[in-house]
Design a protein around this ligand. Structure first.
Ligand code: SAM
Length: 307
């Protein structure tokens, strides 16, 4: 979370900084928890696609800080492609959740034990091409589900971000194969303008004889879904999470009365290796091409074939 003019407008973005969360996403998990009691009796959790780490922060606070007596029983494993600054009690893995090697690393950390909860807030870098974004998001969810079938205990819970696009029924049907209850939720802090929602899948109960396998990704043949009819096509309940007392994420709010003038807050956790790092360095050294001479600089770099 860097500084931007959005800071002034987005209430959850601002609150996250004030309350020390690394990202506004923290409120999505907190609001899901308000409705589903996700952390009740939970000690072992996998947080997939965890960077910059606000969901892991929620886990660390709820499972460790607020329950110091059960601290030794808690295991939180967080995974992301990106490096993440450390958090108390959180084991970190840097890797791609669609890769078998990452799945093995996660499973390895559980040493034969199983997780009570798997959460996944995974999102691709959106391209703006909806079909492609939805497809990649669905692949991430399936990768997360595949890992989940290796580590989740029977009766456990899986929570994941989902894009409610036109082929989403296919994913719902697949999730219903593994969980007795599947609910789609839209937390108040998730922008109305965003296609994202969250599936809360409860009571893990794989079909008898199901053998988890990383070599055979789930649902690799979407055409199979078209043949499903009647009761085999599933209607999933939809739920708006959080009551009207929560802030509306798409509304603009005035500053609190005591804050006469807007004061920008620093990010809770600076990104470790952001994609814009090189540009910042260039700017610091005054080496960025200005709009007037960018064409000139660009031509120069072409002609000299140097950076
Ligand atoms: N839940 C996080 C939090 O609260 O701070 C925010 C997650 S962010 C919306 C989505 C994350 O998904 C990004 O950090 C991105 O690196 C990660 N991601 C996307 N594809 C991934 C993949 N194939 N494997 C692991 N992480 C992935």
């Amino acid at each position: 979370m860097g500084r931007s003019s959005k800071d002034k407008r987005d209430i959850y973005y601002r609150l996250a900084k004030e309350e020390g969360w690394r990202a506004r996403s923290a409120y999505k998990l907190l609001q899901l928890n308000d409705d589903f009691n996700l952390f009740n009796g939970v000690n072992r959790v996998v947080d997939l696609c965890a960077a910059p780490g606000s969901w892991s922060q929620v886990l660390s606070r709820k499972l460790i800080e607020e329950r110091p007596n059960s601290k030794d029983m808690v295991k939180i494993v967080a995974v992301d492609l990106q490096a993440m600054a450390p958090l108390p009690g959180v084991i970190q893995i840097q890797g791609d959740i669609t890769k078998i090697s990452t799945a093995h690393q996660i499973i390895g950390h559980f040493e034969g034990e199983v997780a009570d909860l798997v959460i996944c807030d995974g999102a691709p870098d959106v391209t703006g091409l909806h079909d492609i974004d939805e497809y990649i998001q669905a692949q991430l969810l399936l990768a997360a589900l595949n890992i989940t079938t290796h580590v989740l205990k029977r009766g456990g819970t899986f929570v994941a971000k989902i894009f409610r696009g036109k082929d989403v029924d296919l994913l719902y049907a697949q999730l219903k194969v593994f969980f007795l209850s599947v609910t789609i939720c839209k937390p108040r802090s998730s922008r109305n303008s965003s296609i994202e929602s969250f599936v809360v899948c409860q009571n893990y109960s794989p079909p008898s004889g199901y053998m988890p396998s990383m070599l055979n990704p789930l649902l690799s043949n979407p055409s199979q879904f078209k043949s499903l009819e009647g009761a085999n096509r599933v209607i999933i309940p939809f739920m708006a999470c959080g009551d009207l007392s929560a802030y509306d994420s798409d509304q603009t709010y005035p500053l609190a009365a005591e804050q006469k003038q807007y004061k920008s807050l620093l990010p809770t956790q600076e990104p470790i290796n952001p994609p814009y790092k090189t540009a910042c360095l260039l700017k610091k050294n005054n080496s960025l091409a200005s709009s007037e001479n960018s064409g000139k600089k660009c031509n120069m770099s072409h002609s000299t074939n140097s950076t």
